[in-house]
Design a protein around this ligand. Structure first.
Ligand code: NDP
Length: 484
């Protein structure tokens, strides 16, 4: 294990019922550094038996101290956990940077966001309440928001800390007990987080982590008959597997499946304000972002100007190892590099407006040059499919109706933004765009822990983040009392 990681736990173990345990099959998976391609250690290859033990531990926590903790106490645990995360922000950032290949400043922003989720959900825990409902004479009717019970969390490799914060944070705030299956390519901060939760006083079994393969530990978790809710972030194909498995047990799922998110730049846009968002939303985390903006739709009168400005930014982008902390790091894996390179090959017929520069990249790392294509038509594969790499296409449009049609012209609908000074156009377009979030004259609102987030179409369903997530992690009970 590389010294640089300086882990205080053994990553080849699962954390079940507050204990660090070797996986029952005794097997491990290699841990590789995306910046160099080097094997830097091993993680646990958990399987169905470990998932079963984790579910049993979660059930015991619900039957014990965690199930008895009231909302104020749950909130306080999350506040203590927030403090521990803040104390370790730089350490967590370093672990994530090495494990996932994120430039250090982006990994640090993720750790800070994790702390903010804990602050938000810690504060919200005792503010979630039901309703009283006027009914027939002689009745008092009210609703109770109750935890589902055992919740399963399947987390991808692109933003482990943020996704754990938004899903596990909301699930614990509402009194569920969690079983977390992190991605095999990015499980270190999940294990670190669960250990900090233990230190913060979260009772044993309330949060269990079982690393392993998606097809083994992940599939076992989604199919487990005693798991009462699944939250999944990842690809459409795996999301379909997850929903199909959950359907056999008739349990609710939240699916967040990525997108092909557009930014619409109208002729009256403030380009100086827009420019950083246009590029950053495409290249942040090397484009491996569910809410990446991979399509830039530009009103024809400003087409050359926008293309020129974006191309100049692209030309200045530097790509290198995570700890060099440049603009763009490596992709997560050789597999992801080959997926993205395949898309770049399929763009050979397009006009390449600009690309970034590789800077001292180690031979075995998973690097691609950020690439901007111009003058792309909406039916091109690069304008339709999610690439999950630092690649953006510029698509021209002639009027507002065409812009909306192109924006709505993919199977996805996660995030969109509109750049215009025209207030009426802002309102019209925001209503007509099919998307879970629409931003006006910004993109992403700085992360937006408080803002409900989720998709339409193949971007998935259910909402995470904000207060809305608390409804998703609870079930509603109606009590109708007749007293005459
Ligand atoms: P997956 O959807 O396969 O992986 C996401 C998570 O699901 C991981 O934790 C994975 O575990 C787990 N998983 C995989 N198979 C199963 C299963 N049968 N049952 C339950 N859980 C499972 O994505 P990939 O990592 O394979 O990436 C492929 C593509 O998916 C990317 O190119 C990108 O387009 C998209 N993606 C989208 C994300 C988003 O934020 N919306 C995030 C990640 C990927 P493990 O990794 O251990 O196999």
């Amino acid at each position: 294990m590389t010294q640089e990681l300086d882990l205080w736990f053994d990553p080849a173990k699962c954390l079940i019922n507050g204990q660090w345990l070797s996986p029952s099959g005794g097997q491990e998976l290699p841990l590789s550094d995306p910046s160099t391609g080097a094997c830097i250690g091993a993680i646990a290859r958990g399987g169905a038996a470990d998932i079963d033990a984790a579910v049993a531990a979660a059930e015991a926590a619900l039957a014990g101290d965690w199930g008895r903790a009231n909302a104020v106490e749950r909130g306080r645990v999350l506040f203590r956990l927030q403090q521990l995360v803040l104390e370790k922000v730089d350490h967590l950032a370093r672990i994530e940077a090495i494990d996932v290949g994120k430039p250090l400043k982006q990994a640090r922003a993720d750790a800070v966001a994790l702390a903010r989720y804990l602050e938000f959900y810690g504060g919200a825990a005792d503010k979630l309440h039901g309703q009283t409902i006027p009914y027939l004479d002689g009745y008092t009717v009210y609703t109770l928001r109750e935890p589902h019970g055992v919740t399963g969390h399947i987390v991808p490799w692109n933003y482990p800390m943020q996704i754990i914060g938004r899903s596990v944070g909301a699930a614990l705030a509402t009194g569920n007990a969690c079983v977390l299956k992190p991605a095999e390519d990015a499980c270190l901060t999940a294990l670190a987080f669960a250990d900090l939760a233990r230190q913060a006083g979260l009772p044993d079994g309330a949060l269990n982590v079982v690393p392993g393969l998606g097809s083994e530990a992940g599939a076992a978790l989604t199919a487990h008959p005693r798991v009462h809710h699944i939250s999944f972030t990842g690809s459409v194909a795996t999301g379909v597997h997850v929903q199909t498995a959950a359907a056999q047990n008739v349990v609710p799922v939240t699916l967040e499946l990525g997108g092909k998110s557009p930014q619409l730049v109208f002729e009256d846009a403030d380009l100086e304000a827009a420019l950083p968002f246009l590029v950053n939303a495409g290249i942040q985390n090397a484009g491996q972002t569910c809410s990446a903006s991979s399509r830039i739709l530009v009103h024809r009168p400003r087409l050359d100007e926008v293309t020129g400005l974006m191309a100049a930014r692209y030309g200045a982008l530097k790509v290198g190892p995570a700890l060099a902390d440049l603009d763009v790091g490596p992709l997560i894996s050789a597999r992801q590099e080959s997926i993205v390179s395949g898309f770049l090959d399929r763009g050979a017929d397009l006009e390449k407006a600009a690309e970034g520069v590789l800077r001292d990249v180690p031979e075995g790392g998973n690097y691609v040059r950020p690439t901007l294509f111009a003058g792309v038509t909406p039916d091109h594969v690069l304008a339709r499919d999610e690439i999950f790499g630092p690649v953006q296409v510029i698509i021209p449009f002639d009027d507002e109706d065409e812009a909306i049609e192109i924006a709505n012209g993919t199977d996805y609908g996660l995030v969109a933004s509109i750049w215009t000074r025209d207030g009426a156009r802002q309102m019209r377009a925001a209503k007509k765009i099919r998307s879970g979030q629409v931003f006006i004259n910004n993109y992403g609102a700085g992360g937006g822990v408080e803002l409900p987030f989720g998709g339409t179409g193949r971007s998935g369903h259910g909402r995470e983040k904000g207060f809305e997530a608390l409804y998703g992690f609870t079930t509603l009970k109606t009590v109708a009392a007749y007293h005459g």
